[in-house]
Design a protein around this ligand. Structure first.
Ligand SMILES: NC(=O)c1ccc[n+]([C@@H]2O[C@H](COP(=O)([O-])OP(=O)(O)OC[C@H]3O[C@@H](n4cnc5c(N)ncnc54)[C@H](OP(=O)(O)O)[C@@H]3O)[C@@H](O)[C@H]2O)c1
Length: 300
């Protein structure tokens, strides 16, 4: 297939270019700058200059493609994420960009869209397993993710196939984990929420393999991640890789200060990705959080 990727130069995009090329697909990668375009080209994709709000550039790039994977994002990393307005860019990409991308795909005659989504939207489930039918908890922080999925439903209603992938927290050699790793190395707190609560995580490599499998998945919404891990184990795994015996949790008052932005990172989410595996045959190369997920960070 020929696949058009937005966010091609990001963590999800790079993983997807590698996996798509390995599976024999051709990739056109959207890039906003010449340096991103260079990176996309070096990865083996054909760069296309434009952004997710530029309908004409998208249509031109998507012509002749069989599928679109909308992976563009603007996740704030580190303490800057707590600043007022830090979610403005990512909210706009989710709320408005996803609609422009879906409209452009329709106009370009592309029949399938894969939309990156997030399992953070689920309500706190304590120890219960969460599947695609479990309740979501819509707050100001999660609403744009829900709207992006709704834009995909509109695409599907007009005759296309839309697959939304609710990824867990990307954990490995990526800017957010690298920031946590540096904090842990300095002996600072990195844990949010309660120690026994569950997190849904995914290794960066498995994002790309999931995008490949989404090209043949029946339309719908799927959870995508490794085995859920309890927060104490997640925090200790990073701390251990960073040279400490165990990690520390942030005090509750900081969480209250972070409001809805941090609240979504404290929910207990024991998310099952079984449906996606059953429907597509996808299995993560990294099924369980292990110390080697941090090998690249340790080397740096
Ligand atoms: N599920 C998750 O846990 C999850 C999901 C996504 C990201 N993250 C994390 O967020 C952190 C930052 O991610 P990142 O390093 O991939 O960088 P990023 O700054 O979030 O950018 C990601 C991609 O989106 C593209 N993009 C941004 N705005 C765009 C727009 N208006 N139009 C078109 N494309 C646009 C960027 O293109 P340009 O290069 O052209 O700017 C880039 O390719 C990482 O730690 C990552 O793991 C986590």
């Amino acid at each position: 297939m020929k696949v058009f990727l937005t966010g091609a130069s990001g963590v999800m995009g790079r993983s997807s270019i590698d996996a798509l090329r390995l599976a024999g697909h051709d990739v056109v990668g959207l890039a906003r700058t010449s340096s991103s375009a260079e990176q996309v080209g070096a990865g083996g994709a054909e760069p296309c200059l434009g952004d997710v709000f530029d309908r004409d550039a998208l249509i031109a790039g998507m012509r002749g493609c069989d599928a679109v994977a909308n992976l563009a994002t603007k996740v704030p990393v580190g303490l800057g994420a707590l600043r007022p307005g830090s979610l403005k860019a990512i909210d706009r990409i989710r709320l408005h960009g996803s609609k422009v991308v879906a409209d452009a795909a329709r106009a370009a005659g592309v029949g399938r869209i894969v939309q990156q989504s997030l399992s953070f939207m689920y309500a706190d489930g304590d120890d219960a397993w969460i599947d695609e039918h479990s309740a979501v908890d819509v707050t100001r922080a999660t609403e744009p993710v829900v709207v992006a999925e709704d834009n995909m439903k509109t695409f599907a209603a007009s005759g296309g196939t839309a697959v939304s992938l609710r990824f867990g927290l990307i954990t490995g050699n990526d800017p957010n984990t690298a920031w946590l790793f540096r904090r842990a190395a300095a002996g600072r707190s990195i844990g949010l929420g309660t120690e026994r609560s569950w997190m849904h995580v995914i290794h960066p490599d498995d994002v790309g393999s999931a995008v490949v499998h989404a090209l043949t998945a029946p339309g719908g919404v799927y959870n995508v991640g490794a085995e859920p891990v309890q927060r104490r184990d997640y925090v200790d795994a990073i701390a251990l890789a960073a040279g400490h015996r165990s990690g520390h949790f942030l005090p509750g008052w900081i969480l209250r200060l972070g409001g809805e932005k941090l609240e979504i990172l404290t929910r207990s989410q024991r998310v099952s990705s079984q449906l996606f595996s059953d429907r597509t045959g996808w299995h993560p190369y990294h099924p369980k959080l292990t110390p080697d997920w941090f090998d690249d960070l340790v080397r740096v």
